[in-house]
Each structure stands twice: as C-alpha cells, then as structure tokens.
Design a protein around this ligand. Structure first.
Ligand code: AMP
Ligand code: MG
Length: 324
C-alpha cells in the first residue's frame, strides 16, 4: 500500500484549506467567536474544515472523519453574519457550494474512530493564527490504530529562502518531506540526531497554560541544556523537530489540568512526521500514543517527541523529576 491517492488528495485539500485561512487573515482579519469551552474559533476554522471534509467525502466516502469543529454553534441567530462569511469563503474555493452543503461538509467531521479514519484540525493554534504567528492545517489517516499518513500545512513557517509557508508530509515507510506551500519540489527531511544536550533546543507552546513550564525547566536542568526553549504555536513544533530546527518537545499536563486528555487531531499528523524523519514520539511514561480508543488520547499521559537519539535520556529525566 503506497497511499498514492490519499497523498494526492491530502496535498490538494490542505493546500486549498491553507489558502482559505490566508485569505481570511488578509481580507477580514482573524476575528474570533468563543466556543462553549471558551476557546476561540474563526471563519477560517469552519471554512477550512468544510474544504477538507468535502474532499474526503468525495474521494473516500466510506472513511470516517473526525474533525475539531462542529456547525451546531453556527445555528445561533447572532452568528448569522459569521455563517454567511464562512459560506462566502468556501464558495471562493468551491463555487458550486450551497449554504446547506457548507454546513453538511463541516458536520461530516463528526465521525467516530473506526478501523480506518481520518482526523483533522482545520486550524491548530487558532490563537497563533489570530496573533499572526504559527498555525497548522492538520490531517492524518489512521488504520488499525496506526498512523499511515500525516500532513501539516504551515502558512507562516519561516523558510531558508526568506519566504514563509511549508507543507510537511509523512507517509509510513516513505519518510517525511517538506514542500513549499505554493508548490515545488519535495525535500526529504531528517531530524538532527545530536545528543549533546548543551547544544540542543527544546521547543514549547507559546501559550503558557498548555504545558507545565516549571516541570519543563527542571527537566532542562537535569539534562544540562544551556539554550532557552524555542516557542512556537501549534503542530508546527513537530515540523520543527522533523527538520532539525529543534530536538525535543514535551507536553506536560499542568496540575489544574491533570484529568484533561489530549485530542487525537492535535497530535496525529505531527507524530508520523517526526517518526518518518527519524524521531520518536511517546507519552511521558514512554508508552506509544494510542490512537485507537476515541477522540482523546485517553490511555496516555502527556507527550514526548524527540530526535530519537535522546529519547530514553529525556524519559529518564522526566521520571527522576516526577519522583523527586
Ligand atoms: P499549542 O500551540 O501547541 O499549545 O497547541 C494548541 C492546542 O492546545 C489547541 O489545539 C488546543 O486544543 C490545545 N489546548 C488548549 N488548552 C489546553 C490545555 N490546557 N492543555 C493542553 N492543550 C491545550
Ligand atoms: Mg488544535
């Protein structure tokens, strides 16, 4: 199985969804409305989910799709204007789309975990998107609990040529590539396998409540890191590790969020991108992330992504810190 048709579709739809996000940012700013859990969501989150789901529904109608967003919120009368903007944005990408189509496509992402499913986050790092920083359109394919393909479109990712915008694509057994967002030749990428901690970078969220920084800096001290951590919103952090810009990433639940579990769409695409670039991803206890149980990583505690070489040393430092 080489996943050729999945790859072609994934590249096409994440590129189109990323274009919609850029268009929304440039034409109307990234104004947010609040979801029930108080997190922000924008016209672009819904529009991008509609585009991703439309493609998946058309090409793989029997596959289950689990997306972050749901159109229920848009039924509120005060969000009529937002709903209209979403429809207009989607129509710019798919001119034949009717208002009902757009709502149906968004809700196509209400699927369940099955033997084969896709999971997507139309904009991971919505807060970064609103601030004009990093965000990612994320899509992954899972079969029998194993991630087979992961793709991230990161429109704000800085490139060596001075421009911005990269797509990261990992396919099981085929490695990871990065491709300029506007198209071009794929470039195989690899983690930086260095293990000299005084020269390594940890990478973390910009948002301070998404991971326990006190524990993270204690781990840095145990490992002998000398550089302060790089900061980046969203799944783009996995891309940074896969291309050797950083060496590890820990997601340590804060004491007030101990029972909170990570969403599958917030990690799946990034995990395979790091693994296929030569890195390793587990939870903080060294267990593989379990993508077979539902929309949350219920069987796992936190996340550790590394260049592979240092994985066991970082795990040991985490265990020492926990028992200290
Ligand atoms: P990042 O930019 O890596 O912090 O990731 C953004 C993601 O963090 C969003 O998709 C949210 O679902 C997720 N998130 C929101 N609140 C929390 C929290 N308290 N702990 C961990 N992740 C969170
Ligand atoms: Mg997210």
């Amino acid at each position: 199985m080489n996943y050729q048709s999945e790859k072609e579709l994934a590249l096409r739809i994440v590129t189109e969804a990323a274009k919609l996000c850029q268009r929304v940012q440039q034409t109307q700013g990234a104004k947010a409305v609040q979801k029930a859990d108080t997190s922000p969501v924008t016209v672009a989150d819904f529009g991008a989910q509609a585009i991703l789901c439309q493609g998946l529904m058309e090409v793989f109608p029997n596959d289950s799709v689990i997306g972050e967003e749901d159109a229920t919120l848009l039924q509120q009368p005060e969000l009529k204007g937002v709903r209209q903007q979403i429809i207009e944005q989607v129509q710019q990408s798919i001119p034949t789309a009717t208002p009902d189509d757009v709502i149906d496509w968004i809700n196509w992402g209400n699927g369940q975990v099955r033997q084969r499913y896709w999971t997507l986050d139309p904009i991971d790092g919505t807060k970064g998107f609103i601030r004009g920083n990093q965000y990612a359109v994320a899509l992954a394919l899972v079969e029998d609990g194993s991630i087979k393909l992961g793709i991230l479109a990161c429109p704000a990712f800085p490139r060596e040529d001075g421009n911005k915008g990269l797509i990261f694509l990992g396919i099981r057994g085929q490695g990871t590539v990065e491709i300029p967002l506007e198209g071009g030749n794929p470039r195989q990428i690899k983690v930086d396998p260095s293990s000299q901690f005084e020269q390594l970078y940890r990478i973390e969220s910009v948002e301070s409540v998404h991971s326990d920084r006190q524990v993270q800096t204690a781990i840095d001290r145990r490992l002998g890191l000398t550089y302060t951590a790089k900061q980046m919103d969203s799944l783009a952090k996995y891309g940074a590790i896969a291309r050797g810009d950083a060496h590890f990433y820990t997601r340590v639940p804060l004491p007030q969020f101990q029972g909170k579990k990570e969403n599958i769409w917030d990690h799946a695409a990034g995990v395979i991108i790091v693994e296929e670039a030569g890195g390793k991803v587990t939870d903080l206890e060294g267990q593989p992330l379990d993508f077979s149980v539902g929309t949350k990583l219920s069987n796992n505690y936190g996340v550790l992504a590394t260049n592979g070489t240092i994985h066991s040393q970082v795990l040991a430092a985490i265990q020492q810190e926990k028992s200290s």
